[in-house]
Every structure is written in structure tokens, then in C-alpha cells.
Design a protein around this ligand. Structure first.
Ligand code: DC
Length: 222
């Protein structure tokens, strides 16, 4: 049996950071499922594909050569790590991700990531659809304003010119789409540990997650 921890939630809750920290601490594999949707969104945009061209998108999935190497994301050998992190790419990802046929094509690829000694998987439907038998499911939440504020600071640090109220609007729109789609909507899996990270630091969230991990996997090297 492969130990799996799923970490789901909307963007800006610290999911990715917590998943990376946890995988490093445990020496387990890490799956950033959002990166797969982001790469697909990016390719669709570059090829001028309509985000609702379901059949074309679904067949595109089988041709995508995506590699995760040393923290970088490679598409056909091209480093797209920065290109997939923009708000535009996030929105494109959310738009292609509404389609059940597209999601189905990505299922096997995500499940292949489950390998010994264990997996930490981060996304929207890790605990509900992709790894429903995961031993530990975590769901991170935070207020929209706080998530927009965090994103604002990140973008400012990168020297980008951003508008906070526009960010709030974009985050709201993306959440609504991710929550209200019929295929694998964003929601807490049953039995999940739900953590509201609004007024918590990453260190505090990580400490909380570690307690749950130690309880579920007493033999893991934490
Ligand atoms: O986690 P992220 O911000 O990188 O994800 C980008 C988009 O991809 C998100 O808005 C919806 C989609 N996504 C998804 O539908 N299912 C996942 N497991 C991960 C991401």
C-alpha cells in the first residue's frame, strides 16, 4: 500500500508550499496537479484553441510531454515554469479544467505519481476523485481578500505592476468556476482535515499538518 496525503483547496491558501515542504520532510514524491492543467491551458492558448473545444483538448493531453525536474516544469523540453504561473495561465487552466473528458484524460497521468515511499498530491480533486483512498486528506481554506493580498505581495516582489481589486475579482471568478463545475468540483473531501489559513503563517499551517501526518503515519520519518 502506497501512503498518500492529499492537499486540496482554492489558490492562494498555501497548498503548493505546504505540499512541497511536506514531501521534502517525508522524502516522498510530490504531485502538483494544477501544473498539468496550467500546461494544457498554455498550450491551448498558444495554439489558439477555444477552451471549450473539448475533443481537441482531450486529444491534446495524450501528446503533451510534461516533465517535472528539479522543481522546474518542462513542456517538450522547454522550461515553462514561469509562463504557467501567470494569472492568465491560471485562468486558462481553470477554463480547460471544467471539462470531464479533459479531466478523464489526465487521470492516469496523475495516478502514476503514486509511488513508494509515498505521495503528497496537491490540487482541487485529489481527495475526492484522483486518490479517493488516500489515508490522509487535507483541505486548506482562506478568505478571498487574504488570498488576493498574498498573491499581490508575491507579484509585487517580482516587480510586477498589479491591481489588488482586480486580483480579488479574478480569484473570485476562478473559484466560482472551480466550485460550480459539474466535473470534480472543488469541495472538501469527506473526512478531510479542514484548515482555515486566513490568519496563519505557513509555519503554523505546516505544524498543524505535521501533527496529522504523524498521527496517520507513525512510522514516517517526520
Ligand atoms: O492549483 P492551481 O492554481 O495551479 O490550478 C490552476 C487551475 O487548474 C485551477 O483554477 C483549476 C485547475 N485544477 C483542477 O481543476 N484540478 C486540479 N486538481 C488542479 C487544478
Amino acid at each position: 500500500m502506497i501512503p498518500i496525503v492529499t492537499i486540496d483547496g482554492p489558490s492562494g491558501t498555501g497548498k503548493g508550499t505546504i505540499a512541497d515542504l511536506l514531501a521534502q520532510r517525508l522524502g516522498w514524491h510530490c504531485l502538483d496537479s494544477g501544473a498539468l492543467y496550467r500546461v494544457l491551458g498554455l498550450v491551448a492558448q498558444r495554439r489558439g484553441l477555444d477552451p471549450d473545444a473539448v475533443a481537441a483538448l482531450a486529444s491534446l493531453v495524450s501528446t503533451l510531454q510534461v516533465e517535472f525536474r528539479n522543481g522546474r516544469v518542462l513542456l517538450d523540453g522547454e522550461d515553462v515554469s514561469e509562463a504557467i504561473r501567470t494569472e492568465t495561465a491560471g485562468n486558462a487552466a481553470s477554463r480547460v479544467a471544467v471539462h470531464g473528458a479533459v479531466r478523464k484524460q489526465l487521470l492516469a497521468r496523475q495516478r502514476e505519481a503514486a509511488r513508494l515511499p509515498g505521495l503528497v498530491a496537491d490540487g482541487r480533486d485529489m481527495g475526492t476523485v484522483v486518490f479517493p483512498d488516500a489515508q490522509l486528506k487535507i483541505f486548506l481554506q482562506a478568505s478571498t481578500e487574504e488570498r488576493a493580498e498574498r498573491r499581490y505581495k508575491q507579484l509585487k516582489q517580482k516587480g510586477l505592476n498589479v491591481n489588488l481589486s482586480r486580483l480579488v475579482g479574478e480569484i473570485r471568478e476562478r473559484d466560482e468556476r472551480d466550485r460550480n463545475r459539474s466535473a470534480a468540483p472543488l469541495k472538501p473531501p469527506s473526512g478531510a482535515l479542514v484548515v482555515n489559513t486566513t490568519s496563519m503563517t505557513i509555519t503554523e499551517v505546516f505544524a498543524r499538518v505535521l501533527v496529522a501526518v504523524k498521527r496517520m503515519f507513525p512510522d514516517a520519518a517526520v
